[in-house]
Design a protein around this ligand. Structure first.
Ligand code: AGP
Length: 604
């Protein structure tokens, strides 16, 4: 998600804007820029330091707006970086969010002779505002926003009116800071705290007209609203974590919003169809593939294994899943009807990138499921899908993994519909996918039982995760989470594999986490649990709400809601993420930055 910051006051604005952007760096970004009336726009790609180098002392002006970009539409380039300008070049805008109907708005402006320089949805918004601007900036913003569908947190400023900043909010946060030497506005209170603790949060549909010693809050109907400042008690770091103790916990709890962002604009429910713009050009090829090879590392590899289950079960597409560090070296016997799909949050993982390049050498169709827009792997694939999961700060992947499974479910329906899946069957899946964010938010509203269970299991030195079919990879992901953030040795096996050797490990000091939702292999999982129980191993089951039998066989149970089988792995993952998190915290470990690990493994 992007960061926005504005200031109008009595001091030179440029240094204040740069400092404001620096406090927003934790949110992740790929480019940045500022607009100072009387000077204009300065932008850069890469770290804020690159922008800072361009800020010269001749940038006067005691107001301005600034932006750190987390690319969603268009790669991270200076051209795509914010602020963007209207046709006159004198009105600037910074934006956090996604304008869903930017294409139709753009078409309506092009016929008026409006031209565009960037690939962004944001430029369409400022060109629309500029086309409506007749001297009152708030009026122009208000009238433009009435035509917009999507999410926004925006700041707008006119070169010729440096004493005013107009802000507006719909779905992306905007908070005002009321200061002694001027007023501030940002997408994130952490950017305000060094100046003031007196803040005013805008609600959706509200605007603000901000001057150095006054502000007005209005709604989109033009009605003035009375809002008094409140005082922020948090320190900077806890504000960045939005009150959560760790980024990992914040990112687990973002699952509902992340699924909303991942599916936004991509489900055509009434037709039982999926639209993945980045795959449009290759859809005919996807439908005629003989085989898909999914490549990834770590959690991304396990997401790929779940993706295989989905694609084989529902789209009838043969799939192989390969480790990035292995596929790159193997003798590749693929024919031209094979495509290679790289799954990667960072888009920079060296092993995955090397595997992708080895596939390109064979002229195979290469695809990507990537979170970081404009990353190397995103740029080197022939086609792909962005997660839109927002920046993932904690080293242990949680929300990105959830988003990867959601993309695989959408990709499965996309391909399945090309291969004969009925509209009714597809609609059943997509309706449940559309409802999934609220199912997840409700589930996350009460997780105290998991915290209690985590305490009980935090003393063990070993653990085994078991699951079957769609949940065998989830067992692997659960064990990886536990290893990563608690340093407890954990292994994962397909439930049916236990009797082939691993069960020798089990005794009263070797707990087993059994993922046993009510699905077509439930009875088999119950048999596995019985086998484990006979070896005195403690058993923690992940089971479907309302399952009264599981409590007879497991020592502890974490219940989860039942959803469509293709979506169930998404729900099953969340308690495993929380379990690892709470055990890690119980052991007093740095769960956001575990020892020996890096967020993106760009070395081989
Ligand atoms: C997951 O919790 C780990 N941090 C790690 O396994 C990660 O999934 C792996 O390095 C792949 O990273 P990527 O998704 O950025 O390619």
């Amino acid at each position: 998600m992007c960061g926005i910051f504005g200031y109008v006051g009595k001091k030179p604005a440029a240094p204040i804007l740069i400092e404001g952007l620096k406090t927003l760096e934790y949110r992740g970004y790929d480019s940045a820029g500022i607009f100072v009336p009387g000077f204009g726009v300065v932008k850069s790609v890469g770290p804020i330091a690159n922008l800072e180098k361009k800020i010269t002392s001749d940038i006067k002006g005691d107001s301005g707006i600034a932006h750190t970009r987390w690319a969603t539409h268009g790669p991270p380039t200076e051209l795509n970086a914010h602020p963007h300008l209207d046709m006159s070049g004198s009105v600037a805008l910074v934006h956090n969010g996604i304008i869903e109907n930017f294409r139709e708005l753009k078409e309506s402006l092009v016929v008026q002779g409006v031209t565009f320089k960037s690939d962004t949805d944001t430029e369409v918004l400022i060109k629309l505002i500029g086309s409506l601007y007749a001297g009152n900036l708030y009026e122009a913003v208000k009238n433009a926003l009435k035509r917009v569908r999507g999410t926004y947190g925006i700041l707008v400023q006119d070169e010729h009116r440096p004493d005013v900043i107009v802000a507006a909010r719909m779905g992306s946060p905007i908070v005002l800071g009321v200061g002694a030497d001027g007023n501030f506005v940002s997408s994130d209170p952490s950017a305000l705290l060094t100046h003031t603790k007196k803040v005013i949060y805008l609600n959706d549909g509200e605007c603000a007209v901000i001057k150095k010693d006054s502000y007005e809050i209005l709604n989109l109907a033009g009605k003035k609203l009375q809002k008094n400042p409140e005082t922020v008690e948090w320190d900077l770091e806890s504000v960045q974590k939005q009150g959560y103790e760790h980024f990992m916990l914040k990112e687990i709890f973002e699952a509902g919003e992340v699924i909303e962002s991942t599916i936004r604009g991509r489900l055509i429910l009434e037709k039982g169809k999926v639209r993945l713009g980045g795959m449009d050009a290759v859809l005919p090829k996807l439908a005629s593939l003989n085989r898909l090879v999914i490549v990834g590392c770590g959690s991304a590899y396990y997401a790929g294994q779940v993706g295989r289950c989905m694609l084989e079960e529902y789209a009838g597409l043969p799939v192989e899943v390969e480790l990035g560090s292995e596929y790159r070296y193997k003798r590749n016997l693929s024919d031209k009807k094979t495509a290679v799909l790289a799954v990667t949050q960072s888009g920079e993982t060296a092993d995955t990138l090397a595997s992708l390049r080895s596939a390109k050498k064979l002229d195979l169709l290469t695809l990507g499921i990537v979170n970081v827009v404009g990353s190397t792997i995103a740029r080197e694939t022939d086609a792909g899908v962005y997660n839109h999961a927002g920046p993932e700060v904690a080293v242990a992947s949680t929300k990105a993994f959830i988003s990867q499974l959601v993309v695989f479910a959408m990709l499965t329906v996309l391909i399945a519909r090309e291969k004969g899946m009925s509209q009714a069957e597809a609609k059943k899946i997509l309706d449940e996918l559309n409802a999934l964010p609220s199912v997840i938010k409700k589930y996350l509203s009460d997780t105290k039982d998991i915290k209690k269970i985590a305490k009980k299991y935090s003393g063990y030195k070993n653990a085994m995760y078991i699951g079957r079919k769609f949940h065998a990879p989830i067992a692997s992901e659960g064990s990886l989470k536990l290893k990563e953030v608690t340093y407890i040795h954990a292994e994962a096996f397909a439930g049916g594999e236990l009797k082939h050797g691993s069960i020798a490990l089990l005794d009263k000091d070797f707990p087993v986490i059994a993922i046993a939702p009510k699905d077509d292999v439930y009875e088999k999982m119950i048999s596995n649990i019985e086998e484990v129980k006979a070896r005195s191993a403690p058993i923690l089951a992940i089971a479907t709400e309302g399952d009264s039998h599981i409590t007879d066989v497991a020592d502890d149970v974490i219940f989860i809601p039942k959803v469509h089988p293709i979506l169930q792995p998404i729900v099953s993952t969340i308690p495993l993420q929380l379990l690892a998190y709470y055990v890690g915290v119980e052991k007093g470990l740095n769960v956001d930055r575990p020892r020996n690990l890096a967020k993106s493994v760009t070395v081989e």
